[in-house]
Design a protein around this ligand. Structure first.
Ligand SMILES: Cc1cc2nc3c(=O)[nH]c(=O)nc-3n(C[C@H](O)[C@H](O)[C@H](O)COP(=O)(O)OP(=O)(O)OC[C@H]3O[C@@H](n4cnc5c(N)ncnc54)[C@H](O)[C@@H]3O)c2cc1C
Length: 278
């Protein structure tokens, strides 16, 4: 395949490694540029909003190829069955569409207004931050479409993509878009951790997902049925904590603090599920 390499090589200092920027016109071209960069001994990176990336790379030490993917997938589109959100859509674009209130609420709390105009859904979900934007995708059983050597569609689980794999879009069934939900965000004092949770009430019952630092975002299927047993919020929370595996409870933070954040979260979801105003 012939690839038009639109290279804007910026030689920022004579002795400095070259810094390369390529704006891809197709997933095939993006993947090709990735492989080519690796063959040339450079470090290829998907460039979306650039908010995290530009902070992380050290252009004085290494040669990077930034492959801009925004042209490929910056849409928010609703059809009769599904909502499709491109991985390159910005958080502002998603919120302003007003199509999916839960997603709008979650992404509307990330960073500040200026940053949200540039941060993308793909960067938020696959970057190294708190990855809160993954919560609605987990709750709705979204599908993610990716590209590496070809297209791949699979259920979104919050797992990292393979090396060199590019997320293109997320698909959410329309029936989930207007279900009742609750958002709970608890910030500790800096090093004491952060827990972000969302719950959705579907026909099958309550669904819960959490994100925080540093664990990956996950859906907590193992506790969801407890919310259907008619227990008090405190009893519900206690049972939930008892069912969680150690990696969720510890999450890299002080276990006592983490447990407390989780307990508060479950109690509030319990009260919300019983119809209390939260
Ligand atoms: C001021 C500030 C406050 C923030 N607050 C929060 C917060 O409260 N909650 C929260 O969850 N996050 C928060 N973040 C984190 C933010 O969501 C991430 O920094 C996010 O990665 C930025 O997205 P971006 O589009 O700028 O990605 P980029 O910086 O362009 O890329 C980030 C990473 O994601 C990868 N990537 C990007 N797009 C794709 C794709 N389509 N497929 C595969 N990989 C891809 C890139 O290769 C790179 O490794 C905050 C960030 C800032 C700057």
């Amino acid at each position: 395949m012939e690839i038009r390499m639109k290279r804007d090589s910026l030689s920022l200092r004579r002795a400095m490694p070259q810094f390369e920027y390529i704006c891809a016109d197709s997933p095939e071209e993006a993947a090709c540029c990735w492989r080519e960069a690796e063959r040339e001994g450079k470090i290829p990176l998907w460039y979306a909003g650039g908010y995290q990336l530009l902070d992380q790379i050290d252009i004085y030490e290494k040669e990077y190829t930034l492959i801009d993917i925004k042209k490929l997938c910056s849409f928010v589109r609703l059809d009769s069955d599904r909502l499709y959100i491109g991985a390159g859509a910005t958080l502002t674009q998603i919120k302003d569409s007003g199509i999916f209130p839960l997603m709008g609420d979650v992404v509307g709390e990330i960073a500040d207004h200026t940053a949200r105009c540039r941060i993308t859904l793909g960067g938020s979900v696959y970057g190294d931050g708190r990855r809160e934007a993954a919560l609605p995708l987990l709750l709705c059983g979204a599908e993610v479409r990716t590209f590496k050597e070809g297209y791949r569609d699979e259920r979104f689980t919050g797992k990292r993509l393979n090396h060199g794999e590019l997320a293109l879009m997320f698909a959410i069934e329309r029936k989930y878009l207007s279900l009742p939900f609750i958002r709970i965000r608890q910030a500790g004092q800096q090093e004491e951790g952060f827990l972000s949770a969302a719950a959705l009430r579907s026909q099958e019952g309550v669904r819960i997902a959490i994100a925080g630092e540093p664990g990956p975002p996950v859906r907590l299927k193992e506790v969801e049925d407890i919310f259907e047993s008619g227990l008090t919020d405190k009893e519900t929370a206690k049972l939930c904590i008892g069912r969680l595996k150690e990696d969720i409870l510890v999450g890299g933070q002080d276990m006592g603090r983490r447990k407390q954040l989780l307990q508060n979260t479950f109690e509030r979801i319990g009260r919300w599920n019983q119809g209390e105003e939260i």
